[in-house]
Design a protein around this ligand. Structure first.
Ligand code: 3HC
Length: 285
């Protein structure tokens, strides 16, 4: 099947980044947010991001206008009735996602693929909420979605070859390099990345080095574009904690057991960039 119209549910960092990526790649995008106010705010942020790219000479005004004309922002789930692919990108909560897949199955055309951008939750459980488990898979983008080259295509045991081929075609049309991975918590990237991020917090908690020095060390010593604390703040400490908890729940591996400081910071609502303060302070930048 070919994909032309894409529905995105959730307008957080990932949902809006995926919407931008799909729209600039020529797809019609219906972005569904919980309220019309957040839908409008996401559209305004998308315009700002595209304007910045025009100013930098990365895009023409025509490309910007074309991308914007392809995006509709709405609070109505029923607006997804005619899409070919839905990418769900709401909170990492299995109960919330299950209910949403149930609704999406009722609302969308039977031939539509229903995908999730989850980074750790079992895709098969979402598939089994629908009457089309063969058409459900994971399409996992990375933050920031318009920039990062990778998409993990997550294959639950229920998905058909056609579903995986169509989502691969979509990811490639978005200019991404897809890899296929089994439906197991953390897939490839987060299974390897999060023990590293968690151990960086442990090192700091043990007083081995400062946040700034650990970040400087990993950038200078390993050539990483960001240090672990800048990356935790970019991903969001609440999302990072949810990922570690899901990895620990699946494997019971102590490497995945969240360091207490991370949990305390989330309790204190120090969530990273999105709250203005995480391991680093963004209020003065
Ligand atoms: N939207 C669109 N474009 C963006 C952007 C965004 N949100 N953020 C940055 N960019 C663009 C900039 O415009 C710039 O483009 P240009 O070079 O053509 O002008 C380019 O990206 C580089 O940005 P900056 O010059 O502002 O800053 P940096 O050179 O420091 O790059 C970065 C920023 C791309 C975020 C880089 O630091 C990086 O690659 N960091 C690592 C990010 C990473 O590891 N992400 C994965 C996280 S794990 C994950 O997502 C999984 C999930 O499940 C948790």
């Amino acid at each position: 099947m070919s994909i032309a119209r894409v529905g995105i549910v959730g307008s957080g960092i990932m949902g809006s980044g995926i919407a931008e990526t799909a729209a600039v790649s020529g797809f019609e995008v219906v972005l569904r947010s919980r309220s019309q106010a957040t839908a409008d705010a996401t559209l305004a942020a998308l315009e700002k991001s595209l304007n910045r790219q025009v100013e930098k000479g990365k895009r023409t005004e025509e490309e910007r206008d074309g991308a914007l004309s392809r995006v509709t922002a709405t609070s109505e789930l029923s607006a997804l009735r005619d899409v070919d692919l839905v990418i769900e990108s709401v909170v990492e909560d299995l109960a919330v996602k299950k209910e949403l897949f149930n609704e999406l199955d009722r609302i969308t055309d039977d031939r539509a693929i229903l995908a999730t951008n989850t980074s750790t939750l079992p895709v098969v459980e979402l598939a089994m909420q629908t009457g089309r488990p063969d058409k459900v898979c994971g399409v996992h983008f990375f933050n920031p979605a318009p920039v990062m080259a990778l998409v993990e295509l997550v294959r639950p045991i229920t998905a058909s070859d056609e579903t995986m081929a169509a989502t691969r075609q979509f990811a490639e049309a978005c200019g991404k390099s897809p890899v296929e991975v089994k439906d197991q918590a953390g897939f490839i990237v987060n299974a390897l990345l999060f023990p590293y991020l968690n151990n960086a917090v442990r090192l700091y908690e043990q007083g081995v080095a400062s946040i700034e020095d650990i970040d400087t060390a990993m950038k200078g010593g390993c050539g990483f574009p960001m240090g672990p604390f800048a990356l935790l703040d970019l991903v969001g400490l609440d999302t990072s904690l949810a990922i570690l908890d899901a990895l620990y729940a699946e494997f019971r591996d102590p490497n995945y057991a969240a360091v207490p400081l991370l949990r305390r910071m989330v309790a204190a609502e120090l969530l990273g960039r999105k709250s203005g303060q995480g391991f680093l302070d963004y209020t003065k930048r």
